[in-house]
Write a protein that binds this ligand. Structure first.
Ligand SMILES: Cc1cc2nc3c(=O)[nH]c(=O)nc-3n(C[C@H](O)[C@H](O)[C@H](O)COP(=O)(O)OP(=O)(O)OC[C@H]3O[C@@H](n4cnc5c(N)ncnc54)[C@H](O)[C@@H]3O)c2cc1C
Length: 465
């Protein structure tokens, strides 16, 4: 009876997992394995909010496998050493996994593959959690795409891969020498996670539930609601997608089957941005650290200012929409996309702090922190990324609030000390310092118009690109 190891990494699900289906089809016995190896992610080991999610997602997967008679074998340490030991002791002949596309994991997986093959094991890596792998699309000249619209046009013209049913192993191997999830130390020592626990259900079932809610309640109005942070107008599937609890193929299939709904085109386009982000990270692996557009290497950022950064991080800038977003993220591990753009613009342009400071903070506090999407988002807003927003497009946080949070419901939800004020007070905070101070709320830390002018002046001084 041949035995295969299936590695769970960012594929914390049983349905629609090509590597798992292949292992179940080719082997009588399948041993599900999770190796906790944060060092393999280099400087981008999961942040605190991601670790919280990972803990609960592993618990959910472990529960699913037990219901099927199996068990998730968990170990901690160097992936290659752990997988080799386990393969030897379980008599496995093959190891399966799905590919990841971050620079550090690509290097780790190449080493893993070589080590396993040297031991005589068969290695089968399968496509990861994208519609198409990052190298599948190229311009007519054979180059990576740098602009979203032609990338998306090409992607949409391809047939989406077919969804797979849940994999069924003939026999799940259930070893009892693995570690309990709790030993991995993923949960915070000081309890700050109650807001996360109240907001999310990590795991495959939670992902399917979230998709059903979105499909039933919001998908048809996505175009109308997606920019309103006070409404549940977007899917909130980003963390589920990041951890591979659901796939873009499954989402597309689900929405297609509910064909009565309005065209999900705009929503699919957002998934297209996710594909684009992974395409960029694969082809330009230096971009989590460095500007995509080297012209910005000469940009005169303000000197690092920990006190300034801390006011932004804690939601104490005195700019209500920015603070509401930062507090939403601190409490729930998630922030609405429009508000992400506003807080990022405020940090990089009005405060002229380097985008890397913002990217790091998001990395630690978002449950959906994702190297490809986060890098794209920050570089796009800062103006230095691929197909970035033109630099002069500096979000005015007051006008954004007046337009997308007209009655200040979002602001008041996350800054309850402003709840009794009329909406025009937070929308014109600079005019009402006394009213805001009476609520215990800080006065704006910078003057928005003047700091915008200074950012534009700094940008104009850059050498032509
Ligand atoms: C500064 C900044 C940082 C960001 N960091 C992250 C991050 O670390 N992780 C992350 O998943 N997204 C990130 N985003 C993108 C976006 O804000 C989130 O994906 C989105 O808010 C998640 O909510 P949702 O699932 O309801 O999105 P929906 O609107 O329902 O979109 C569906 C899915 O499409 C993908 N998507 C949507 N917008 C984008 C986008 N602009 N770029 C790439 N993929 C997108 C996500 O996977 C999302 O779940 C960032 C955006 C900005 C401006």
């Amino acid at each position: 009876m041949s035995t295969a190891l299936i590695l769970f990494r960012r594929d914390l699900r049983l349905a629609g997992y090509p590597a798992l289906s292949a292992a179940c089809a080719a082997h009588a016995s399948v041993l599900p394995v999770y190796v906790h190896d944060p060092d393999a992610d280099g400087t981008w080991a999961p942040g605190a909010a991601s670790r919280w999610w990972l803990h609960h997602s592993l618990v959910a997967l472990e529960r699913q496998l037990r219901e099927l008679g199996g068990r998730l074998h968990i170990s901690h340490g160097d992936t290659t050493a752990q997988v080799l030991t386990l393969a030897r002791s379980s008599g496995a002949t093959a190891v399966y996994w799905s590919r990841r596309y971050e620079p550090a994991t690509i290097a780790r997986d190449s080493a893993l593959k070589a080590a396993l093959r040297a031991e005589g094991l068969a290695v089968h890596s399968h496509p990861g959690n994208l519609w198409y792998e990052p190298w599948a699309l190229a311009t007519d000249g054979g180059q990576p795409y740098r602009v979203f619209t032609p990338f998306w046009r090409r992607l949409r013209a391809l047939p989406p891969p077919a969804p797979l049913p849940p994999a069924r192993a003939q026999h799940w191997v259930a070893r009892d020498d693995g570690l309990p999830v709790s030993v991995l130390g993923l949960l915070p020592r000081i309890c700050w996670d109650s807001g996360l626990a109240a907001t999310w259900i990590p795991g495959e079932a939670g992902a399917q539930e979230q998709l059903a809610i979105f499909a039933d309640e919001a998908a048809k109005d996505y175009a109308k609601l997606r920019d309103l942070p006070a409404r549940r107008g977007t899917s909130r599937l980003s963390a589920h997608l990041h951890f591979g609890e659901i796939t873009p193929v499954q989402i597309l299939d689900h929405l297609r089957r509910r064909a009565a709904q309005a065209d999900p085109g705009l929503f699919l386009r957002e998934l297209g941005w996710r594909e684009f982000a992974h395409h960029l990270l694969y082809h330009f692996p230096h971009t989590p650290q460095a500007n995509f557009n080297p012209r910005f290497d000469a940009f005169p950022w303000n000197a690092d200012a920990p006190a300034v950064l801390e006011r932004w991080q804690r939601g104490r800038t005195g700019i209500p929409l920015v603070d509401a977003g930062m507090r939403e993220m601190w409490h729930t591990g998630w922030m609405h996309n429009r508000v992400r753009m506003v807080v990022a613009s405020f940090l990089t342009k009005n405060l002229r702090q380097h985008w890397r400071h913002g990217a790091r903070w998001f990395w630690d506090t978002l449950v959906d922190a994702d190297l490809a999407n986060n890098t794209l988002g920050w570089q796009w807003v800062a103006g230095c990324g691929a197909d970035a927003a033109p630099y002069f497009r500096i979000f005015n946080p007051y006008l954004q609030a007046a337009r997308f949070d007209r009655d200040a419901a979002y602001i008041k939800r996350w800054i309850p000390e402003l709840a009794a004020l009329p909406a025009k007070v937070p929308h014109e905070a600079w005019k009402h310092p006394a009213a805001l101070a009476a609520c215990g709320y800080p006065t704006p830390m910078v003057e928005v118009a003047a700091s915008r002018d200074m950012a534009l002046a700094a940008w104009r001084r850059l050498p032509a690109g």
